[in-house]
Design a protein around this ligand. Structure first.
Ligand code: HEC
Length: 120
């Protein structure tokens, strides 16, 4: 009985792995939201409404179907380029901090999250 249960859960795992195989990897929405919160991204961004920065939905639209979209967004979050705020001043864009520093997987997950936001 025990081994049957073990088999069943393995089968479920295998099934969910198949379900996600169309995506390159499984997006961890909660982790992305957490990282965005920690970095105060949402001070200037919202999912579907423009604030100082474009909504994530707009960014997703902008990069839709483009090769290298994830890398572009990661660059944007890590290079600190000059950006213009609504009040006309400019400042260096926030550099996303991760623990450990510069964790590619976390940055990628956050970029994928931004790019996943669809109109409701
Ligand atoms: C102080 C305000 C501010 C904060 C904080 C901020 N951003 Fe931005 N962000 C902007 C502005 C302004 C732009 C528009 C830049 C432009 O169009 O040149 C922007 C643009 C972007 C874009 C669009 C890039 C593109 O190529 O179109 C993404 C994605 C983005 N920010 C993600 C983030 C993430 C993730 C964080 C948190 C790590 C963050 N931002 C924190 C102001 C901010």
């Amino acid at each position: 009985m025990k081994s049957l249960a073990a088999f069943a859960s393995t089968a479920v795992l295998a099934l969910s792995a198949t379900a996600f195989s169309t995506a390159v990897y499984a997006l961890d929405v909660e982790a992305a939201k957490g990282l965005a919160e920690q970095n105060n991204c949402m001070q200037c961004h919202s999912l579907r409404k423009d604030k100082d920065g474009p909504s994530f939905m707009k960014t997703a639209e902008k990069y839709k179907g483009k090769a290298g979209a994830v890398d572009e967004v990661i660059k944007h979050m890590t290079l600190g380029k000059d950006v213009k705020l609504a009040d006309g001043t400019s400042e260096k864009h926030k550099i996303a901090k991760t623990m450990p520093a510069n964790d590619k997987a976390q940055l990628k997950n956050l970029a994928e999250y931004v790019l996943s936001i669809q109109p409701k």
